[in-house]
Design a binder for this molecule. Structure first.
Ligand SMILES: Cc1ncc(COP(=O)(O)O)c(C=O)c1O
Length: 484
């Protein structure tokens, strides 16, 4: 594979195109373009042949890693396989050729798809109704926090300015609460890795607007006391927000609505197998209980007899959170997944996600330190703390080592409450053979850590780019070629 930049492949005068001969009189450039816009020198673009450019981009494409390329156990992110039928349906011209300003009469099929998606997801989550407008999980969280605000505003309750967030929460939870104007207070975890009821009780007051939780939590553990938590928060006058990022573990088994939640967002790019590219744009629809239905963003999607329409008649709405109506291309793919899987299929998906995670956990826990040694849901967290103390090998070294085995590393250093955390989520579609080869890779890495730790400090050894400075690469990436 060539490591050369396209500019380095350039050779003066080489082209990858040939235009047909001109069959009309040539118009002088000065007559068609204002001279002030004409450049004085040739642009410095690479000059390459067609085969050069094809090889260049093919070699770049081969360096991409995705679920279609290999195992991707990135905990919390649920990098699950996206069935190709989602792409087929997403590509239907009836969906790709419509315009957001078309009349409702001409897009009845599209409106029906939106309506049915809200209906199905409301049923799956046990909520009353929802909106498909938000573009990501964090956007859904922001919408949810604004729903809380609208609710307390209508009640005339100005005192409730605090949101409680467990220590294991995803960083977007406190950030969304804060950006919506709430103060954030942290609730500690107990020795089980679950919300400490004692600590929760100490924080509840008439200043608390609510709590943000994910269940299973980010340690992959089911919050067994959720009914009690919901009772305590509601009795104190607060609301419950459910971060639906971990819904992949419980579809068809238990519903956030039945657990007592008032608002939930779903990350369709996790649970409903839609594309996940580069952090968005995705879809983070929000669903609500009876209490909050009047405040949902406008427009809503309504049905009158056989006719579907956008409903703007919502006097208490929190306002809109999307320019038109959400990320249609992603919503169609999620709807396709729901109807092709059916309720049995979704339930099976969660069962296999949990089974696969427990299989890996049991295989790895005798070698790696399992922080909370209990049955997990769809993911679990190992800690490299002891390996760091004994062999000087960190979670980062293990993650880099895995790259040499053609595996995407797990999420590392999250959740924050586990030192040297490695959060592994295999997802439901992986075969036993794939899981076993991951176990083999992890066991070999452990052996290397013990016998030849310097190899892991150098890893990855077989990738196009070796160990990069993570902070510099994220904050100051060099994405532009400059002539010398
Ligand atoms: C538990 C949890 N909550 C919230 C989010 C935020 O979702 P998004 O990336 O769609 O904004 C994530 C994303 O990974 C997550 O894992």
């Amino acid at each position: 594979m060539s490591n050369k930049l396209i500019f380095e492949l350039s050779s003066d005068g080489r082209t990858g195109y040939r235009f047909p001969d001109l069959d009309v009189p040539a118009a002088p450039l000065e007559e068609s373009v204002s001279t002030s816009l004409l450049r004085n020198s040739k642009p410095e673009l690479p000059e390459v042949s067609e085969v050069d450019i094809i090889r260049h981009y093919t070699s770049l494409a081969k360096r991409n890693f995705g679920v279609d390329a290999g195992f991707y156990p990135l905990g919390s992110c649920t990098m699950k396989y996206n069935p190709k039928i989602n792409e087929d349906v997403g590509g239907f011209s009836g969906f790709t050729s419509i315009h957001p300003l078309q009349s409702e009469e001409s897009v009845q099929g599209y409106l029906e798809m939106l309506y049915e998606t809200i209906k199905s997801l409301s049923e799956i989550t046990g909520m009353k109704w929802g909106t498909l407008q938000p573009y990501a999980g964090a956007h859904g969280e922001f919408t949810g926090m604004k729903l809380f605000k609208s609710y307390f505003k209508k009640k005339g309750d100005k005192k409730r300015t605090k949101i409680l967030v467990p220590t294991s929460a995803h960083g977007t939870n406190p950030a969304s609460a804060r950006i919506s104007g709430f103060q954030v207070e942290e609730i500690t975890a107990d020795e089980r890795g679950l919300v400490s009821i004692e600590n929760l009780k100490e924080h509840l007051s008439d200043e608390v607007a609510g709590i943000m939780l994910t269940n299973p939590n980010t340690l992959g553990l089911f919050e067994k006391d959720i009914i009690e938590i919901a009772r305590l928060v509601h009795e104190a006058g607060g609301l419950l927000y459910y971060d639906g990022a971990n819904m992949n573990a419980i579809m068809g088994k238990v519903r956030p609505g039945d657990m007592g939640f008032d608002v939930i967002h779903l990350n369709l790019h996790k649970t409903m197998s839609t594309p996940h590219g580069g952090g968005g744009p995705g879809a983070g629809p929000v669903f609500v209980s009876d209490r909050l239905i009047d405040f949902l963003p406008a427009p809503d999607v309504g049905k009158d007899g056989d006719r579907y329409y956008f409903d703007y008649d919502k006097p208490h709405t929190m306002g809109r959170v999307s320019g038109f109506y959400g990320n249609m291309a992603v919503l169609v793919r999620a709807y396709t997944y729901i109807i092709t899987m059916g309720s049995d299929g979704l339930q099976k998906a969660s069962e296999y996600a949990v089974l696969n995670a427990n299989y890996l956990k049991e295989k790895l826990k005798t070698t790696y330190h399992l922080y909370y040694d209990t049955v997990c849901m769809h993911e679990f967290v190992l800690s490299a703390k002891k390996m760091k103390e004994e062999f000087g090998i960190s979670a980062l070294d293990i993650a880099k080592g895995l790259l040499d085995y053609g595996v995407h590393p797990p999420t590392i250093y999250f959740p924050l409450i586990v030192p040297e955390a490695m959060m592994i989520e295999p997802t439901e579609t992986e075969s036993k053979e794939t899981l076993d080869s991951f176990v083999d890779a992890m066991l070999e890495i452990y052996k290397t850590a013990k016998e030849n730790p310097e190899i892991l400090h150098e890893a990855p050894l077989n990738t196009a780019v070796r160990r990069v400075d993570e902070v510099l690469a994220a904050k100051h990436p060099i994405l532009k070629w400059k002539p010398e």
